[in-house]
Design a protein around this ligand. Structure first.
Ligand code: M6P
Ligand code: ZN
Length: 186
């Protein structure tokens, strides 16, 4: 029996293979997540903010399977706030996820159900465990694309609504030239 080629290759350019699904979000698609709405006026809303290449070996929602994602988050700022992903809780709230840094630098912002926030530095080789019941968002704090891998259960699903309505309890902004977790006053 022959040893067959792998269905997917992870290369410097991203995921390659016939079963790769890609999606992208422009700055316009995610404009509401940024604090400085005025700063958005001077930016090109058609520019790509991030793209995600995924491998879904089983159907969405199937129990027991795993999904793989490879995200490229471009560098940029809206005012003092860095480009970031929408961020989400999982629909099946107890499910966890792994993220790992591939290239570039950034931060992974966590928030639990009590709105307690914390963040881990992302860099090539960093590995991050996202527990269940914890919302997660990535932030590109560097000048190059932040590229990271992700693996999550196929029945986890995405709950974007909670974050859309309530936001995260903190933002990652440039303060005196360096990224800091900023907790808004109101
Ligand atoms: C990772 C995974 C995906 C997620 C993507 C972008 O690859 O967590 O499930 O879709 O990041 O993040 P978001 O969906 O929050 O925009
Ligand atoms: Zn997730």
């Amino acid at each position: 029996m022959d040893i067959i080629p792998p269905p997917i290759q992870v290369t410097q350019r991203g995921l390659e293979g016939t079963e790769v699904s890609t999606s992208q979000r422009t700055l316009g698609d995610i404009q509401s997540i940024f604090a400085d709405q005025e700063a958005l006026n001077s930016l090109d809303l058609d520019q790509k903010a991030y793209e995600v290449a995924c491998y879904f070996p089983v159907g969405q929602g199937k129990e027991g399977g795993l999904f793989y994602g490879f995200t490229t988050l471009y560098p940029g700022k809206v005012g003092k706030e860095y480009f970031m992903t929408k961020g989400h809780f999982h629909q099946k709230i107890d499910t966890g996820e792994f993220y790992w840094g591939v290239s570039g630098k950034g931060a992974l912002l966590f928030m639990d159900l009590n709105r307690k926030v914390w963040a881990e530095e992302m860099k090539p080789g960093s590995l991050h465990y996202i527990p269940g019941r914890v919302a997660h968002r990535t932030i590109n704090t560097g000048d190059e694309p932040l590229i990271f891998g992700a693996c999550w259960p196929s029945d986890a699903g995405h709950n974007y609504e909670t974050i859309q309505q309530q936001g995260f309890a903190a933002r990652i902004k440039e303060v005196d030239g360096a990224p800091k977790i900023v907790i808004p006053e109101n």
